[in-house]
Design a protein around this ligand. Sequence first.
Ligand code: GLY
Ligand code: MN
Ligand code: MN
Length: 444
Amino acid sequence: MSNRISKQEFARRRRDLMAQMEPDSIAIVPSACEVKRNRDTEYPFRQDSDFFYLTGFPEPDAVLVLLPGRAHGEVVLFCRERDPTMELWNGYRAGPEGACERYGADDAFPISDIDDILPGLIEGRERVYYSMGRNAEFDRRVMQWVNTIRAKVRAGAHPPGEFLDLDHVLHDLRLFKSAGELRVMREAGEITARAHVRAMQACRPGLYEYQLEAELIHEFMRSGARTPAYNSIVGAGDNACILHYTENDAQIRDGDLVLIDAGCELDHYAADITRTFPANGRFSAEQRALYEVVLAAQLAAIEAVRPGNHWNQPHDVTVQVITQGLVDLGLLDGEVNELIETEAYRAFYMHRAGHWLGMDVHDVGDYKVGGVWRELEPGMVMTVEPGIYVSPHETSVARKWRGIGIRIEDDVAVTRTGCEILTGGVPKQPDEIERLMREAQKSA
Ligand code: GLY
Ligand code: MN
Ligand code: MN
């Protein structure tokens, strides 16, 4: 299986994690499980992000065990054995040999032997790193392995005395993207940008939302990104005001704005772009006025993404610009600071300006450290995605504003001097969007 992240990088991640583990400890990291979709068929398999980050191993039914300082090898992988019949029906398996040869395990065993072998590896270690509470069945098995050791204390066995949260250490590593990860995320951003351009070019009143979704998926797949990173949102007209709208089955009407929030997943890394554009290729006066406010907020927030600023500064900037814009256009009435204080803007802007981005679309990593907003540092990747949504039922504003939903979202990586926009390949200036759509309509 091809992977843009090198074998050396996976090894470095394991070393970095082990270097941060307390003395005398062991880490246990399970793979994802296959999930049934209907009789005899499963959902497309998606490896667990933590497990994949540390192994690059693409199969279900596997467990990674890290044993810092173990003389016979620190990296142990349990996985499915090779089996010609199963492979004939269901596809290739690496087997324990492949796990060592191709995935850098020092030692590998059949997953069917884990109950016999793992207690012996845990025994004598003081501390177990594990992400408790994510998978009840696996939690139970971990306790079973520990109890196997406890049952033998009178024979001199030494069970671990402490369970530690693996997430805390591992997710801080995942928060900072390496040069290799940034390369993949840049490519995911480029593919996704092309997909959004394609959807804008294809858009005509009368099409159904899912027909634009098809354009996105086509561009993702043909570029080697085989799946969206999350369910694509294609909302026309009032549907753009539903934040996580995924039905995508309505007909697009002349005069609608279309909001598309979609990103591909490339080698387990997500892109996450939102663009909003007029179905017929021309913004109405009200659509353009609100659009300009969201765009100004987004550009100002991106300016605020730089080392030394804290996580919440870009968000604060969007609140400031959007509240001022809503007052200027007459959707809110009052003094800007007071409207911010009382959170009156939340009637129209009810979500945060972004989130960490990585292997998970809402990626791991703490937003606060020691109770205060985290400082931005090079290597962190985040989205910047302000929006304005005027419900079709919002009676406090003139009718002409109702049913307009706008979000503009880009992915940015914090650099030493500011930030790099990973998703700049799709226009967001209203004139540029209109030009792109006009040219597509001409050449149709
Ligand atoms: N697409 C999910 C988000 O933008 O957060
Ligand atoms: Mn999004
Ligand atoms: Mn997002």
